[in-house]
Write a protein that binds this ligand. Structure first.
Ligand code: CA
Length: 230
């Protein structure tokens, strides 16, 4: 990645914000600024959209989810990657954060190492998205050529149904990112279909079994959905 990557941390708890800043700025090329309110975040993002935003959900006055919603609605900031910070207890908040278009979330208390890893993953993903989606995924076991519609695990061809293939493709394209069942239904099945969310679980289960050694790369995120991990 060329140049400086600018990260905006939105957190009213100064200690936490400072810790994040110090941890991230240990990586070369990252410059972190801090704002303590949603208003300030919207203003800073409007003046100069950051390359990534770390947004605390629990902010005074304007909540993190409000800020996220507004950022996504504005063309200048619609594409800014957002990692949400949430409290461990509020699963509903996490779901709403992802539904609002956050790229990832991390629950408090979190390790700074994990946060830094998430930041790198989101930035990598964004870099790839800018280059155009790769047609071929190659992991330790899995090789999926989405243009040729060919999937191999440890060199052996895997036969997938069209639905399973689309499901794999969508999960891989959004790797390291939690996809809710509703999102999967919308993208893989389409709105017109009268499919129950349970059906997603069944298809993911079958897909995982067919992928054998690569199956565990599709993680269940309890209460949220699924994530393809690298
Ligand atoms: Ca806070």
């Amino acid at each position: 990645m060329a140049g400086i990557t600018r990260i905006l941390v939105v957190e009213d708890e100064t200690d936490i914000a400072e810790l994040i800043k110090h941890a991230l700025e240990r990586s070369a090329g990252l410059s972190v600024s801090i704002v303590a309110s949603g208003d300030a975040a919207l203003k800073a993002a409007a003046d100069a959209p950051p390359d990534l935003m770390i947004l605390d959900l629990n902010l005074p006055v304007l909540s993190g989810s409000e800020v996220c919603r507004i950022l996504r609605a504005r063309p200048a900031t619609a594409q800014v990657p957002i990692i949400m910070l949430t409290a461990r207890t509020s699963e509903a908040d996490r779901v709403s954060g992802l539904d609002l278009g956050a790229d990832d979330y991390i629950t408090k208390p979190f390790s700074l190492k994990e946060l830094a890893a998430r930041v790198r993953a989101v930035l990598r993903r964004r870099g790839r998205a800018d280059d155009g989606a790769a047609a071929v995924y190659e992991g330790a076991h899995l090789r999926a050529d989405f243009e040729a519609v060919a999937v191999h695990v440890d060199g052996d061809p895997v036969k997938l149904t069209r639905r399973e293939f689309e499901l794999l493709k969508f999960l891989v394209e959004n790797r390291n990112r939690v996809m809710s069942r509703d999102r999967l239904l919308e993208r893989v099945w389409g709105y017109d279909r009268d499919v129950e969310t349970r059906s997603v679980d069944v298809h993911v289960g079958r897909l995982r079994a067919k992928l054998g050694a690569a199956g565990p790369q599709i993680e269940t995120v309890v209460g949220l959905g699924y994530r393809f991990v690298e």
